[in-house]
Write a protein that binds this ligand. Structure first.
Ligand code: F3S
Length: 64
């Protein structure tokens, strides 16, 4: 599984980071980026949770 954040859509709500700090990092402007390219199996549920909780629909995952 791969996870990514669309920088044009992210508005800095930070829910992704609150739910899965292992997968996302927030820059000084509040923008999120994915910390990992390949999501390890134990974090895949968290990745899906982040997708479901981003109010801007900025996070996408690509299943293997
Ligand atoms: Fe951005 Fe959505 Fe996270 S708006 S900071 S990707 S919850």
């Amino acid at each position: 599984m791969r996870v990514s954040v669309d920088p044009d859509l992210c508005q800095g709500h930070n829910r992704c980071y609150a739910l899965a700090p292992e997968l996302f990092e927030i820059d000084d402007f509040g923008q999120s980026t994915a910390r990992v390219d390949n999501v390890p199996p134990e974090l895949q549920d968290k990745a899906r949770l982040a997708v479901a909780n981003c109010p801007e629909f900025a996070i996408s995952i690509e299943e293997d």
